[in-house]
Design a protein around this ligand. Structure first.
Ligand code: DC
Length: 226
């Protein structure tokens, strides 16, 4: 059976995970949040006392790190396991975002995670979100979407999300971190964040959640109809 892949890439805070998850549910596809995988590697490094910026040290612990992705049978949500422990909550801490961005620039880390991501798409219809899904992980995806929004709009959304999670946040710091992460993710030499030539561009700055979802679902339906 030929499985359909929908690749959604874009900068942090563009609404990718919420929208990709809802679009996947609407289409009956599996939702794969690849950022969560990089976040898990970052937590794994920190727990081993390794600085995510120290490429050689990170490379030396990769084979010893056991990373697993599983879906909760009750709510269908993706959970991340690190060395057998469910770390789905810890990976969402604000400080992990920056570490995940740093660690994701290490070529060996990206290589290490490639098969895990591709295997999911080989065996399921997927909506996979990340930074390099349409360009590197699934270059043959039937539908590619580049989802973006202004840095200000993305920071406002991330700030609200952190508040709702009960995490301390300061708006200027959130905005600064978003800009820094955009720079880091877009300028790294390997698999930088960029729009694939054949990706549909969706800018959600002026769209609410429902409008954004409709834009995505209609791009997906159009893409798989051809
Ligand atoms: O989507 P997110 O914020 O959870 O991702 C965390 C970091 O992981 C992000 O700053 C860059 C990196 N990442 C990546 O390099 N490639 C992906 N496919 C997904 C995330």
């Amino acid at each position: 059976m030929k499985y359909i892949s929908v690749a959604i890439d874009g900068p942090s805070g563009a609404g990718k995970s919420t929208l990709a998850r809802r679009a996947a549910a609407e289409m009956g596809y599996l939702y794969v949040d690849t950022g969560a995988i990089y976040r898990t590697v970052a937590v794994g490094a920190l727990r081993r006392g390794v600085d995510p910026a120290d490429a050689a040290a990170v490379e030396s612990i990769l084979s010893d790190m056991h990373i697993r992705l599983a879906y909760d049978p009750k709510d269908g949500l993706q959970h991340m396991y690190l060395d057998g422990e469910d770390v789905s909550e810890q990976i969402r801490l604000h400080e992990i975002s920056q570490h995940a961005s740093t660690i994701s620039a290490i070529p060996k880390v990206r290589e290490f995670l490639l098969d895990l991501q591709r295997d999911l798409a080989r065996n399921n219809h997927v909506v996979m979100d990340g930074r390099d899904i349409g360009t590197v992980v699934l270059p043959d995806a039937q539908v590619k979407i580049f989802l973006t929004a202004s840095a200000q709009a993305r920071a406002e959304r991330r700030f609200l999300e952190l508040q709702q999670r009960g995490q301390q946040a300061d708006f200027d710091t959130v905005l600064r971190d978003i800009i820094l992460r955009d720079e880091q993710d877009s300028n790294r030499p390997i698999a930088p964040l960029r729009r694939a030539d054949d990706a549909v561009l969706i800018d959600t700055t002026e769209l609410d959640l429902e409008q954004s979802l409709q834009a995505i679902v209609s791009a997906v339906r159009k893409g798989i109809a051809v």
